[in-house]
Design a protein around this ligand. Structure first.
Ligand code: RIB
Length: 301
């Protein structure tokens, strides 16, 4: 079983001609809402890829909360243990998406902040049953740390996506099985500019924190896998016409871990994940834009 501990957001997608620069005001071309949140997106991506996925998180006792749970349910994520709170509303993410499919995101955390270490301890049994635990940084860092401690206690493989990177703390890197970063996150974590970081730097980072592997996503240039004490390998991206890249990294991550949970090797797992995210960016939104396992397999063929 894949346990995802993380955020569940209602995304407010704001289409703009180009992303506003500091101090600039721009007009929206259209606004839509759709279920998102890095945790929820990764859970849906893994479930759509065929994984057995359970999610821990929190939504408000509001209309958005109903819609967020319905989306997770619809795509096959087990939502039985997700908390609902009357104290704060469901979290929202405000996403500007430009004509050239770039985006920037501001998250109003609200209910995500109710995912406490105590709530996770209450569901300790799920950690006993899990094979993988997927974590990001849209919930309190103490809770991410607790999820890591529980994972270590039961030998669960920790998959850590330090996003948003401004909440990153070094203690969260220890004993991670797979660290998944984009270029900006890699740069901030390693404190080395993206075009200067070498394979040796990644090896040193893995050794210093007892990390088994690092996956660096490189957008249209594919992804690079660093395994401790092994040669790094680059895997290609799938060629596609992107219209909305929101959730591309989440799709890649969820699909990749679902493949690993099935026992697939790196080559097969990366090929599947690249195709899944390559399809996702050709459609608007995140969870509904993610392809099913069958769609990905037929694309790969
Ligand atoms: O990674 C994309 C996600 O980031 C969006 O769905 C949004 O909710 C933010 O969490």
């Amino acid at each position: 079983m894949i346990l995802v501990v993380g955020s569940i957001n209602m995304d407010v997608n704001i289409r703009v001609k180009s992303l506003p620069k500091p101090g600039e005001t721009v007009l929206a071309k259209g606004i839509t809402q759709s279920p998102g949140g890095k945790g929820a997106n990764q859970a849906v991506a893994a479930a759509k890829a065929g994984g057995d996925v359970v999610m821990l998180g929190c939504v408000g006792a509001d209309e958005a909360g109903d819609a967020l749970l319905a989306s997770l349910d619809q795509f096959g994520v087990n939502t039985k243990y997700i908390m609902r709170t009357k104290d704060v509303p469901s979290s929202k993410a405000y996403i500007n998406i430009s004509d050239d499919s770039e985006n920037n995101i501001v998250v109003d955390s609200s209910a995500n902040w109710m995912v406490s270490p105590e709530y996770l301890l209450k569901h300790e049994e799920l950690f006993r049953q899990a094979e993988y635990c997927i974590l990001q940084l849209e919930i309190p860092s103490d809770s991410v740390y607790m999820a890591e401690q529980l994972s270590k206690k039961y030998g669960v493989k920790i998959v850590f996506n330090p996003s948003p990177i401004d909440s990153f703390e070094i203690r969260l890197l220890e004993n991670v099985d797979t660290l998944i970063v984009n270029q900006t996150e890699g740069e901030i974590l390693s404190q080395i500019p993206a075009d200067e970081i070498t394979d040796k730097d990644w090896q040193q980072l893995m050794e210093a924190h007892n990390i088994r592997s690092v996956v660096q996503t490189l957008g249209s240039r594919g992804s690079r896998l660093y395994v401790r004490d092994e040669e790094a390998v680059t895997f290609p991206a799938m060629k596609c016409e992107a219209i909305d890249t929101t959730g591309a990294g989440d799709t890649f991550l969820g699909a990749l871990i679902a493949m690993y949970a099935e026992g697939k090797d790196d080559r097969e797992a990366f090929r599947f994940a690249a195709a899944a995210s390559g399809i996702e960016v050709t459609r608007p939104g995140t969870q509904s834009a993610m392809p099913t396992r069958e769609e990905v397999l037929s694309k790969i063929k």
